[in-house]
Design a protein around this ligand. Structure first.
Ligand SMILES: [Zn+2]
Length: 439
């Protein structure tokens, strides 16, 4: 059904991934290198940016035979792509096969690029395999509690239809007041999903509410969390309320990062069939296992607009052990780059900061703003730091203010601060939402 609507090839890719997860690490490495060689050849032949880059470095495609050879090429930043996006589009891909994407990713910076059908299929298949690590079977019912990044608002029609046919109960993370939480718990009991999925902070609020009110009738097979950092306390609360395991998942669409926990909870299995994931220190050298590094991605499937050694702004810690589950997929210890803190509402309730970023992903705001950061200075005072693009106009401020007031209340003051660059933290993390209000 999904394939039919979207014109994709998800089930075939999923069958491959279900098999390859059990391959030995060497077999997976061979597969990855083979795909890498073919991508490099394609990029050199058909993508102007890479053709020029290889020539200026005196390299030929055969110089990049394995992932270890990637160090011969520079890391690609979003700025590099923004400067000349047209040069990254493959000349041999028909215009009508290009699928336009915009993302603010987990780093907060809005970014436009193209993918093709194959990328869409493998991306969806990789996500589904991650769910299968938690025991999910295609067709299982899922309740999703999240903001618009995971819910079917402002998405293509086929995504809406997919939600309808994929047995998904969408629940918005906005305004999680007591009344709404009661309603959600009731809806979930009636829907009886096999899984609950969404933002960890929102699911934890729902879990706390269930515990406080003695509601123990929700017993899914598992809870799947994504898009924010899952804290130990959140994991424990959710697990206690719904009497099941919590499976944390990490994905980044541009670049194809994907890493998910299996039932051993011994780290996150990296989808190496999807993308090469390198972990580099600030000087560009690989970090040792157990050390924090920038996650640098080479998407092995996107032939429409190849990104080789792409820095999507995420950070993580690689591990060098094998998971007891027997999967050959390598492990990521933890993800460290995503920091959107929760903000505090005037009534003392907490709201996932990630929800406030939704406005930056929509309509005119996407293209008007290059980068942003939201800082809660006081309970009733927010500062939005903005790097303008050339398509910025003052109307944008009103749009953002209206959106913020809708979620924070009209008594909150929203100030705008225009900057040339959003500062990073010492560890080079990108912090999208910062809350300076202490309990
Ligand atoms: Zn495992």
């Amino acid at each position: 059904m999904n394939d039919f609507i979207a014109g994709t090839d998800i089930s075939r890719q999923l069958t491959l991934l279900e098999k390859s997860q059990w391959w030995q690490p060497e077999e997976l490495q061979d597969y990855q290198n083979k795909r890498l060689r073919s991508l490099i050849h394609h990029a050199y032949t058909n993508v102007p940016y890479y053709h020029d880059l290889f020539r200026s470095l005196g390299l030929s495609p055969s110089d990049i035979a394995t992932r270890d050879d990637l160090v011969k090429l520079p890391v690609l930043t979003k700025e590099d792509v923004r400067k000349n996006p047209g040069k990254f589009v493959a000349r041999n891909i028909p215009q009508k096969s290009l699928i336009h994407q915009t993302t603010s990713g987990s780093s907060g910076k809005v970014f436009e690029y193209f993918i093709d059908r194959d990328t869409l299929s493998i991306s969806r298949a990789t996500t589904l395999r991650g769910w299968e690590f938690a025991g999910y079977r295609v067709g299982d019912k899922i309740a999703t509690l999240a903001g618009s990044s995971l819910l079917p608002e402002n998405v293509p029609l086929y995504t809406k239809i997919r939600f309808k046919f994929s047995h998904n109960l969408p629940l918005s993370s906005y305004n999680l007041n007591s009344e709404r939480l009661n309603g959600y718990l009731q809806q979930i009991i009636e829907f009886n999903p096999r899984y609950i999925r969404g933002y960890p902070s929102s699911i934890a609020i729902l879990a706390e509410h269930a515990i406080e009110h003695g509601i123990d009738a929700i017993n899914p097979e598992g809870v799947m969390t994504t898009a924010e950092t899952l804290s130990k306390t959140q994991r424990e609360t959710i697990s206690a309320a719904f009497q099941c395991d919590v499976f944390d998942q990490f994905g980044c669409f541009d670049g194809g990062a994907n890493a998910c926990e299996c039932d051993q909870h011994s780290g996150y299995h990296i989808s190496v069939e999807r993308s090469v994931h390198e972990f580099l220190d600030d000087s560009g050298s690989p970090v040792a296992p157990g050390e924090n590094g920038h996650i640098i991605l080479t998407d092995l499937w996107n032939y429409a607009m190849p990104f080789i050694r792409y820095d999507a702004g995420d950070m993580g810690v690689p591990a060098d052990r094998i998971c007891p589950c027997g999967r050959g997929l390598p492990l990521l210890e933890r993800i460290t780059g995503r920091t959107a803190e929760q903000v505090v509402l005037p009534d003392g309730k907490r709201l996932p900061g990630l929800l406030l970023t939704d406005v930056f992903e929509d309509g005119d705001v996407v293209t008007a703003i290059q980068d942003y950061q939201i800082v809660q200075e006081k309970v009733d005072e927010f500062v939005v730091n903005i790097v303008q693009s050339d398509r910025y106009s003052p109307d944008i401020n009103n749009e953002i203010q209206k959106f913020f007031w809708g979620h924070l209340g009209r008594d909150v003051e929203i100030r705008f601060n225009f900057v040339d660059e959003i500062p990073r933290t010492d560890s080079n993390k990108r912090r999208i939402v910062i809350c300076k209000v202490k309990n």
